[in-house]
Design a protein around this ligand. Sequence first.
Ligand code: C2E
Ligand code: MG
Ligand code: MG
Ligand code: MG
Length: 286
Amino acid sequence: NVSAALFNAKATGRQLLFYEPSLNAHVADKLRMTGRLLKAAERAQFQLHYQPKIHARGGALHGVEALMRWQDGDRGFVPPAEFIPLLEDSGLIRDVGFWAIRQALVDRRGWRAAGIQAPRVAVNVSPIQFQDDGFIPGICRLLEEFGDGDTAGGGLDIEITESLIMTDVAGTIAKLDTLRQMGIGIAVDDFGTGYSSLSYLARLPVHALKIDRSFVGVMAESSESMMIIQAIITLAHGLDLTVVAEGVETEEQAKLLRLLRCDELQGFHFAHPMPAATLAASLSAS
Ligand code: C2E
Ligand code: MG
Ligand code: MG
Ligand code: MG
């Protein structure tokens, strides 16, 4: 419940205010932002942009990743790195994250209706959202509403992080199994930056690893990053997983990743995240 969550955030804020004056400004800032996020959630002010993932070989479109955007009246565009943590702290992410999954399916249905061969859409899912008891039932309802008959999982994939896996391994595996049975693909995002144990990885019903862009960004200059990327690709293929490189910004990086047999590439070199209509236009033009 969103207003209860906000109330909790406020209560916590007051307590902190009491102890540490230098935290005041910070906490007050967070509260102001959280309040505006709550209004944004009520007024449906969030948007999704979509960034293509392409096959490393041949360059065909494999799918798109949905990325949330928030235009705050006062501040303009606020980056997700700033507002997603606030949504998580306040619990708002349960509702807003669910909205994102639904919106991705709405947009995908729109592309189909326009006669476009709709790509699969991958939506990022926060740990809090995933661990909520309502998550799996919510997804079930969405697939009943949006399942399109000829595409596994209604064309929906999700991206989760290593931290999620490590909090409750058995519970996570059970939920992921359920999602896989529904035909939903599961990728481990930002792989290489978290703490997941490699032995768990083999037991997880995931289909892809996404190499974090911090490695990709420096791969041409850093032999360590190059070796890490190579190791991740070998590991992924050994476990029969697809491997995706995120944050590919140059042709040189793309070339190296192809040489290393990376399966899919994503990054500004190919396309920036774009509104649903822009993606549709570029797909129907090609
Ligand atoms: P992520 O899932 O790892 O998404 C990749 C981020 O890298 C995106 O940032 C994308 O715009 C950016 N990116 C893509 N290609 C390039 C590139 O070539 N160079 C550089 N420098 N950056 C690139 P964005 O959109 O700011 O999102 C940041 C993070 O916020 C995401 O990281 C994800 O963890 C989170 N996020 C975004 N949307 C959602 C959402 O709907 N739900 C949840 N739970 N988290 C979300
Ligand atoms: Mg992602
Ligand atoms: Mg990522
Ligand atoms: Mg990330």
